[in-house]
Design a protein around this ligand. Structure first.
Ligand SMILES: NC(=O)c1ccc[n+]([C@@H]2O[C@H](COP(=O)([O-])OP(=O)(O)OC[C@H]3O[C@@H](n4cnc5c(N)ncnc54)[C@H](O)[C@@H]3O)[C@@H](O)[C@H]2O)c1
Ligand SMILES: O=c1ccn([C@@H]2O[C@H](COP(=O)(O)OP(=O)(O)O[C@H]3O[C@H](CO)[C@@H](O)[C@H](O)[C@H]3O)[C@@H](O)[C@H]2O)c(=O)[nH]1
Length: 464
């Protein structure tokens, strides 16, 4: 069996590396148009920071795993072709700001249709709006007239979370395969069955599979927005959000996971997928359903805005020319990914109040931080004014550790829950800060009792 995966990103790279590791008899080719990314996969410095990934790649690379830009050759050779390209929110035209941009998926389908010969199983790995497989099938069947190729289309959405991708791939709660052809479903199920127990391999029809992915993300994000909504009420009433989360989480019907109040959810998926769901509901005339799910995103926007406002209000209603140390820029710990990171929006709001930011993240490079902040300043069409560009240039420094970020600062804001922050020497840190030394913990990861004893004025999410 030969597999080709189009898209060597956060999903395509780790997923295919895991298949290659677990199935040495399968030849896996991961292809991408992005030459730099492919070169990085073939180097010692992988394009993605993910605990345990380097070892998995190392085991299979050169044996049965190959990263290449030769898309056509890999398509031609493969029995099974995964499409794992990006499906970002559209920024233009009909559905801008909501619908998924399916341009890249369609291009893959057209490329496959153009070069494929014989029979191929095409697997949707990207997260897609329900009924996308219909379009993929039409594109494939329209082209196969010329070259005699035949296709089965499957939906096999990916549920890995960044930061825990390797463990999620090794021990998935379930693998979901949607399709019409029993033989194609069996062929894909047999690949996963090399390491995933059969009872965890779930098969459904195509549309249920596509919709389950959007639904899973909507439910997960809804939990975060729900606990974040309660965090605002906790701050007003002296209830403690962690105590509330523990109390409700012990109800087995609710469960304890995904109830960490935070500065807001980020990542490339939650917002994009919910907005896509909202767009679909509107498309099918389900206005109330659309409004219900949209509220999850609106609550998240409120949470991010509320955090920046609280910093300003607490610091005597002005942060202008004050130095704020920012700890963490990635959307969660153990990843270098900053897509939709809450840190971007909190920093943008603080910059608009003319704060001076000293930013530290253990995995995100300076150029990425600056590019994200400049982009966040853009208007609807993405244009950034010279004043805003200058603001990022002059008021942002990116430093090598949290100590440097805190030096001479009026405040620290924890925006990502990196473990190393808990190990810092806070006695040393407060000695280098301006008094009163404010600390805003947007992740509730630091020991506030200890910090208060040292003299910090601390604020947590959902803490009075
Ligand atoms: N990031 C996650 O944790 C995660 C988890 C589950 C599902 N998903 C979904 O998986 C999909 C991919 O996400 P990602 O985070 O890996 O995206 P990504 O942006 O990291 O990677 C996508 C890659 O596809 C490549 N690409 C685009 N068009 C191409 C083409 N025509 N030919 C060859 N290569 C092409 C891009 O160059 C890019 O490297 C999305 O639909 C996403 O919603 C993501
Ligand atoms: O209790 C919680 C849990 C998460 N978050 C935040 O929510 C965001 C998303 O976290 P997480 O879901 O762990 O990471 P992702 O990599 O975005 O993974 C989600 O999105 C992927 C892409 O679709 C799916 O495959 C995964 O199943 C789904 O968990 C991050 O900013 C987290 O900090 C919280 O604030 N509180």
């Amino acid at each position: 069996m030969k597999i080709c995966c189009i898209g060597a990103g956060y999903v395509g790279g780790p997923t295919m590396a895991m298949i290659a590791k677990q199935c040495p008899e399968i030849e896996v080719h991961v292809v991408d148009l992005n030459r730099e990314r492919i070169a990085a996969w073939n180097s010692d410095s992988l394009p993605i920071y993910e605990p345990g990934l380097a070892q998995v790649v190392e085991e299979a690379l050169g044996r049965n795993l190959k990263f290449t830009t030769d898309v056509d050759a890999a398509i031609m050779k493969a029995d099974m072709i995964f499409i794992a390209v990006n499906t970002p929110t559209k920024t233009f035209g009909v559905g801008a700001g909501r619908a998924a941009n399916l341009e890249f998926v369609e291009k893959c389908a057209r490329r496959i249709a153009e070069v494929a010969q014989g029979h191929k199983i095409v697997v949707e790995k990207s997260t897609l709006p329900v009924r996308t497989a219909e379009a993929v099938k039409r594109i494939l069947s329209a082209a196969n007239v010329d070259n005699g190729a035949t296709f089965d289309v499957l939906s096999n959405p990916e549920f890995l979370a960044e930061g825990t991708a390797i463990d999620d791939l090794l021990n998935p709660d379930r693998v979901l395969i949607g399709g019409e052809s029993e033989a194609a479903i069996k062929a894909l199920a047999d690949v996963y069955a090399k390491w995933v127990p059969r009872k965890q391999i779930l098969t459904t029809n195509l549309w249920s599979s596509e919709l389950s992915k959007l639904t899973a993300n909507a439910f997960l994000a809804q939990r975060v927005s729900s606990i974040n909504a309660i965090s605002a009420l906790c701050e007003a009433t002296e209830a403690d959000v962690d105590e509330v989360a523990r109390a409700i989480g012990m109800d087995s019907r609710i469960g304890p996971k995904f109830l960490n109040a935070s500065v807001g959810f980020g990542g490339s998926c939650f917002q994009k997928d919910i907005l896509n769901l909202v767009y679909l509901c509107e498309h099918f005339g389900l206005r109330e359903v659309a409004a219900y799910w949209e509220q999850v995103v609106l609550m998240n926007d409120f949470q991010k805005r509320r955090f920046a406002e609280r910093i300003c209000r607490t610091m005597f209603s002005t942060v202008s020319d004050k130095k704020i140390g920012i700890w963490g820029f990635a959307f969660k710990k153990d990843t270098n990914d900053t897509r939709e990171s809450a840190a971007i929006y909190v920093c943008r709001d603080l910059l608009r109040e003319r704060a001076r930011l000293s930013i530290y993240d253990p995995q995100v490079p300076e150029a990425k931080i600056r590019a994200d902040l400049i982009a966040s300043m853009g208007n609807l069409s993405g244009t950034v004014s010279d004043i805003d560009r200058k603001l990022v240039e002059t008021n942002v420094t990116v430093v090598r550790d949290g100590y440097e970020a805190a030096k001479d600062a009026h405040a620290i804001a924890v925006l990502t829950e990196w473990d190393e922050f808990k190990e810092y020497d806070f006695k040393k840190i407060i000695g280098t800060m301006k008094a009163p030394a404010f600390l805003f913990d947007g992740r509730n990861v630091l020991d506030r009792t200890m910090l208060n004893k040292l003299g910090f004025e601390t604020f947590g999410i959902g803490k009075s």
